[in-house]
Design a protein around this ligand. Sequence first.
Ligand code: DCP
Length: 708
Amino acid sequence: MPVATPETSDARIITHVDMDCFYVQVEQRKQQNLRGLPTAVIQYNSYKGGALIAVSYEARKFGVKRSMRGDEAKEVCPQIQLVQVPVARGKADLNAYRNAGSEVISVLARKGRCERASIDEVYLDLTDAAETMLKEAAPENLDDIEEEVLKSHVLGLHNEDGTDAKEEVRKWLCRSDADYHDKLLACGAIIVAELRMQVLKETEFTCSAGIAHNKMLAKLASAMNKPAQQTVVPRSSVNGLLESFPIKKMKQLGGKLGSSLQTDLGVNTVGDLLKFSEDKLQRRYGINTGTWLWNIARGISGEEVEGRLLPKSHGSGKTFPGPQALKTIASVQHWLNQLCEELSDRLHSDLDQNKRIAHTLTLHARAYKTGDSDSHKKFPSKSCPLRYGTTKIQEDALNLFQAGLREYIGFCNNKIQGTQNNSWGITSLAVSASKIVPIPSGTHSIVKYFGGQLPSRSSSKLPRDNVIEEATPLSPSGSESCSGLNSYESQLEYSEEDAKMKYLKASFGQQDPSGNSSRQGDGLTEESSLLSPQGNENRMTQGEPRQEFPEEEPRRIHSMPRLKAIEKKNTAKEKGSCSILKLFKNYHDPSTSLEQKHAANAEGAKTSSIGSEFTSNSYSTCNQVELPKETHCEEIETSNGGGSSSSAAHVPQGRQSWSYKIDEIDPSIVDELPPEIQQEVRAWLRPLKRPNVVKRGSSITHYFHPNK
Ligand code: DCP
């Protein structure tokens, strides 16, 4: 449900930039001979010439539409050039378009806070730039204004017959008696025109833009005059713009809420909403949504432009329309493997290029049941903590799918393991990786170091034991842990950050069987790759232009009895295993039993018994936790054990601490430690000869010390 964000009284200048027929432009840049010709980009399948997903403005003049198939487009425009989307793993490969989008962002981001809203859309907060311009080079003082600025559409500026439109715009931009908001808006228009020209110069792409005082209005305006134009919304024109704007076309009103407004309240345009008091809307739709509706009727939206150049999440999806629906677990597994391979590649690139890691893997599907009156029941989305490595992602995704399917078809009536089951069909599948956070730089905790993805989990909400539990997915088995450690050891001369990256990469290297194999398509099947499940970046099929992932939080998978059983198994396996992770595994809160910790961990989370076989590793990762936004840097101070058998590291209040018990250290791990501390640990392991005291400045202390 939408939530109202109060608008500040401060003047803001926000622009929404939307690329014109984006995929076509990318293809035309690749093949310059297509420039200026009616062109469309199609999905790779050959059914009726493939599905059109982007249409050039030249082709639109002939009546070619995105909803057509290639054959239909040829009927209305015989000279149309059809270009196929690149294919990898039997599905569309959108990397070229994503990269092209990034090129554009790198230009736009120079002028203000920039939020990548989709593969080809960006919001920019240009308030600072506009204020500076108003102070230093106000439009009314400019001798010359670029042609591109003068081509702006200013809402509410009516050209009388015979007047020169550009001259009208010039007058509007340069009014010395304009109010402060309009003066800033005029500066915004000049800055945006310059940016658009710069984008064209550097990338060869044209774009359109809306300029207003909030995101909502800027977005509406950017679509009003395309291609390669910009539209300005002065405050005095807001009511005029919204008055006749179809309610279902408003963001977040395309679905049930918009339909309810139409059928229950007779609201067909945004202007119609003005008839209802805030109180009435709140009583009908709840306080938040009621206020939000009241606000949008007046063009009020305080939503900030988030400074985000990178996608919030990655996704890969494919649809299987009509006869292509998947009806066996084997076929689902086949396609999940392809999707996960792509997802894993993208996670790998994100890690490489941006040093970011994702925490949550989610599976989404659409399904139908045959002969069931309740066939519209939604296939539940399922998520679990994300383990890096293609095979692990594939394995977890399949388990999530099976859990979802069980819930979807019901436990009693159906078997799901058969090779053929006619009672269900899957019409779309998608996997996504979310909760992506940067690997913290300058963190100095051994826990974080080996966990790789731990910093964001050092929350007070999180039982400490879980820190290690959740670290293990990176190198869950003994042998993998050993390799991870070796790679770490060989990097001791590197910076901590370098070594951390190396460690993570080593983890990929072992598990990722490099998946660049390209397969041919399969007739009807259409697909897409999803950039951002939460945003508008999901492109599924022609018929479903912008499939959004379900809004509700996906269910988490937990099962206490299994947790306990696996915990026991893990504890039993622990002796003699060769992972340094295990060395530190149980030292976070010696007073709390693992069982208690897991109970606490699972508490508050939704539970659903999945009945599918998770490996112990994937299982241990299924303790879904809230990820705190901030990371903490532990500063470890050693303390004298004072004759006790444990040495605790004390940290300032509010920070995560760790401790260890010497007598629980498995001697077999010592060889894995860096030589500089092996000797010292060996000495500890002879307790009679040497008391368990860690002195300040000893090599192991130094080794784990924050400044190391
Ligand atoms: N896209 C897709 N499938 C869809 C819709 C869009 O694959 N059903 C892709 C192709 C588009 C790109 O996303 O080029 C951007 O989509 P837009 O809706 O912004 O449309 P265009 O950029 O193609 O055209 P316009 O100039 O109308 O914005």
